[in-house]
Design a binder for this molecule. Structure first.
Ligand SMILES: NC(=O)c1ccc[n+]([C@@H]2O[C@H](COP(=O)([O-])OP(=O)(O)OC[C@H]3O[C@@H](n4cnc5c(N)ncnc54)[C@H](O)[C@@H]3O)[C@@H](O)[C@H]2O)c1
Length: 378
């Protein structure tokens, strides 16, 4: 179905003479996929990943003042659709996101998303944005920000297991934030690895294509798992995980979907975003409900230790939390005007008399031209 552009009257539009001109109060800045791509190129992807990591870290420092709730998930056999809300008391935000591992076989993405920020004082939306690209950027920025706190100092090499949509972002965020120099790629589908290797060519990262998980983890101080399979998979076996590494486990992010052998969890110190959500969705759904975990915001604010020893295995059991999306939307909102990007979307009804919504509607009809309000010019 093709819809006319909301602000453009077409030749066969019966209302074209009305020439609707929405008032300023009706308009909400909108960031399309095209705008987001232009923003990334305007800022530079590594600079943007660093900027996002800083915004996310800043919001983790103010963790206690946020409204927090596990995301609201609607599960099906094929995947999940989720809403992720939060507020810092002044700004409210939410993201709509799906996860459908089989989508790629139909030419669709596993993860798509959009999100919104609103002013808490009035409830009016202040930004509507695509978030499919932004989710990949923010997930990578979060991983890198966490690796900065938990990975062995001077880590240069990462095994990247799962070379799908998130993989280049994960790699570049580690390069931009902790100075990663080498990535060792493995995917059950060699085409995904070839795509990732080609995309990373020329980025300054040394790319090593590996034929097995065993080969991928050789010499790596950071092990990232980022696969999509809606089952309890074993992407990393216990015997693949040596002392002193940092595991960045991205793909186990909903009930019944995990990537790590359970024994790894018993050898690791586990760090999570928001326990009530991670206990249901993360790798730790495999262990007892009271299995010890540390909340990342406590490490970031210095209340809890992070890496304490050379042989310690640190595990970031990443599921993705609403505050990271909130931070990412804040970043986009701040960066947008410098870049001169975004569109105004006629999204909020704005009758002259706030209580006369019906009157506004009727004046917009064919018989209402004569009484048109100032939000309908002739
Ligand atoms: N934690 C978070 O914040 C967060 C954010 C976004 C996405 N995710 C999750 O990350 C995962 C990856 O997302 P994506 O968009 O890159 O998906 P994708 O479908 O584009 O890529 C997944 C890749 O994993 C590979 N794979 C599957 N099983 C494997 C195995 N056993 N060993 C090696 N490779 C294997 C597939 O061949 C595919 O190339 C998804 O499960 C998604 O839900 C998590």
């Amino acid at each position: 179905m093709t819809l006319p552009h909301p602000l453009v009257a077409t030749r066969d539009d019966p209302y074209q003479d009305l020439a609707f001109v929405p008032s300023d109060k009706a308009l909400v800045p909108f960031v399309s996929v095209d705008d987001m791509m232009r923003l990334v190129h305007f800022v530079g992807i590594e600079e943007m990943l660093r900027g996002l990591a800083t915004y996310i870290e800043d919001d983790f420092r103010r963790w206690e003042l946020f409204d927090k709730t596990p995301r609201i998930a609607s599960h099906s056999k094929e995947g999940v659709i989720e809403l992720m809300p939060t507020s810092d008391g002044e700004v409210y935000g939410f993201k709509y996101v799906n996860g459908h591992p089989k989508n790629t076989t139909e030419g669709l993405q596993t993860v798509t998303a959009f999100g919104l920020l609103a002013d808490v004082a009035t409830g009016y939306p202040v930004l509507l944005s695509e978030m499919t690209l932004l989710t990949a950027l923010r997930t990578a920025a979060t991983s890198a920000m966490v690796a900065k706190h938990l990975a062995p100092k001077g880590a240069t090499t990462m095994a990247m297991i799962g070379n799908g949509a998130q993989s280049e972002f994960q790699t570049l965020a580690m390069k931009a934030t902790i100075g990663l120099t080498t990535v060792r790629l493995y995917d059950t589908d060699p085409a995904a690895t070839a795509k990732c290797a080609a995309n990373l060519a020329g980025t300054g990262i040394e790319v090593i294509v590996c034929a097995s998980p065993e080969e991928a983890i050789e010499g790596a101080q950071i092990l990232t798992t980022c696969t999509a399979d809606k089952r309890q998979a074993t992407v990393l076996n216990d015997n693949l995980v040596g002392a002193g590494v940092h595991i960045n486990a991205i793909g186990g992010d909903c009930p019944g979907k995990t990537e790590l052998a359970e024994a790894i969890l018993h050898r690791s110190d586990i760090f999570v975003e928001y326990p009530p959500q991670t206990r249901v969705e993360g790798e730790i759904q495999q262990v007892a409900e009271d299995h010890p975990v540390t909340e990342l915001w406590e490490v970031i604010t210095g209340r809890a230790p992070g890496r304490t020893g050379r042989d310690q295995i640190t595990l970031f059991d990443s599921v993705g939390f609403a505050i990271e999306d909130f931070s990412a939307l804040r970043y986009v909102r701040d960066a947008l005007s410098d870049a001169g990007l975004g569109h105004m979307l006629d999204m909020l009804a704005d009758p002259n008399d706030p209580r006369d919504l019906y009157g506004m509607l009727m004046r917009a009809g064919p018989d209402g031209v004569a009484q048109a309000s100032s939000s309908v010019s002739q």
